[in-house]
Design a binder for this molecule. Structure first.
Ligand SMILES: Cc1cc2nc3c(=O)[nH]c(=O)nc-3n(C[C@H](O)[C@H](O)[C@H](O)COP(=O)(O)OP(=O)(O)OC[C@H]3O[C@@H](n4cnc5c(N)ncnc54)[C@H](O)[C@@H]3O)c2cc1C
Length: 386
């Protein structure tokens, strides 16, 4: 990865077929696929790479399947990803251990860097520490307003792919209606945290997940009610409350932990497609992390948007059919997943119901494992053409 291969002045000095804002899984997958289709591609990210990301770091079957479909099936293993085999689910005194059909654990620093390397390898150019916003359309292009340190430039693109994550949603959720995400990495060697198992504790304040990473450290990620965080005098207090209510002993010593957080999680991206603008990944809408699908959704949308973006970039005039095609494809691919995830998220807000569901899963693990497998299935096939 060479963050300085393209300077901002160079980037502003030409017209790009595609400018991708955001180098998470959605943006890098879109960059890989559009570059492979022959487009000139520029990726901009406001973070210094490699960068951390609030995430539980679990790749579900859908994410792995999309990577394989893009010829990147070896990426997780090359990064040192560990296989994920079981889900250890707890709610109050109820507990069940379920098999996961296919999954892997990999830190986002490793995964996102590897995907970015592949984008650059496919021919995309990259500038990090560069904050960008999609500006107005001008002539046969859309303007991207980009800033790196004190330098401000306008970059011109036939098509802009907005992949800038939760904060880029055009219609963020109202405060108080959504949980927030937090995550940290611990150095603990606690034997209660086995490799290959994702633990999940559900409680009044939200839910907390933990998993052993490829470097043996433990990743802890949670979705919490902001009110519960206030009442618990901070994230650590809220996480401790959830864990203690489930009788978890391995993670109690969280004193001094530094958490990274997200804005409110659940919300639609009001704009999925507009003139010379296609929105993907979390920026196009997100629910909650419980089902561990966000990376899979991001990769799938990055892959699916590419043929539309490249077809649109080859024509001087914008046709409304391009944005309509992307809206339709996005809805068809992810609408059912978002609805299922919303249903799960609502259940999790009712602790007695959650405890009953975990108890039922313990009684009928075969049925519960089939449900888990259904959640892990790849998103439905897409119609990519307009
Ligand atoms: C607590 C928590 C746990 C989670 N656990 C899992 C899990 O285990 N498995 C899973 O599959 N998903 C999980 N997710 C969801 C997953 O992290 C996201 O769905 C996924 O990262 C979305 O990818 P993306 O590319 O759309 O956005 P991101 O990964 O957020 O990438 C967006 C990029 O855009 C950049 N950016 C932002 N603004 C700008 C700007 N103005 N200009 C330029 N660049 C910008 C950012 O720096 C970032 O690099 C979790 C989420 C949370 C909150």
């Amino acid at each position: 990865m060479n963050a300085d291969a393209t300077t901002l002045d160079e980037a502003a000095g030409r017209r790009w077929d595609v400018v991708v804002i955001g180098a998470g899984p959605a943006g890098t997958m879109a960059a890989i696929e559009t570059a492979r289709l022959g487009a000139s591609v520029l990726v901009l990210d406001r973070a210094a790479f490699p960068r951390a990301k609030v995430c539980g770091c679990c790749l579900g079957a859908a994410a792995l399947d999309t990577l394989r479909g893009a010829g990147l099936g070896d990426v997780p293993a090359r990064c040192g990803a560990q296989p994920l085999e079981h889900l250890d689910l707890r709610a109050g005194s109820r507990r069940v251990r379920l098999r996961i059909p296919s999954g892997a654990v990999i830190s986002r620093r490793a995964l996102d860097t590897a995907l970015l390397d592949n984008a650059i390898g496919a021919g995309a150019r990259f500038i990090d520490r560069c904050a960008a916003v999609a500006g107005p359309c001008r002539g046969e292009a859309r303007i991207v307003r980009a800033r790196r340190d004190a330098t401000h430039v306008d970059v011109s693109a036939r098509v802009v792919i907005l992949a800038a994550g939760l904060r880029a949603r055009t219609s963020p959720p109202a405060a108080g209606t959504s949980r927030i995400g937090v995550a940290t990495t611990l150095e603990t060697r606690a034997p209660t945290i086995a490799a290959g198992v994702v633990g999940m504790a559900c409680g009044e304040a939200g839910y907390v997940g933990w998993v052993r990473l490829e470097d043996d450290r433990v990743r802890v990620a949670a979705a919490l009610d902001p009110d519960a965080v206030r009442r618990s005098r901070g994230v650590t207090g809220a996480v401790r409350r959830v864990l203690a209510a489930c009788g978890h002993e391995g993670l109690h010593d969280l004193g001094g932990t530094r958490w990274r957080g997200t804005p409110p999680l659940t919300g639609p991206g009001a704009i999925i497609g507009a003139e010379r603008l296609l929105v993907i990944g979390d920026a196009a809408g997100y629910v909650e992390p419980f089902t561990g699908e966000g990376i899979g959704w991001a990769l799938a949308s990055g892959r699916a948007v590419a043929p539309i973006a490249v077809a649109a970039a080859t024509e001087p005039a914008w046709r409304e059919t391009w944005s309509n095609a992307w809206r339709r494809s996005h809805r068809r691919m992810l609408g059912p997943r978002h609805r299922a995830c919303t249903f799960v998220a609502r259940t999790l807000r009712r602790p007695p119901l959650t405890r009953a569901a975990v108890a039922a899963a313990a009684l009928l693990p075969g049925v519960a494992e089939r449900l888990v497998a259904a959640f892990c299935a790849p998103p439905g096939a897409l119609e990519n053409g307009p």
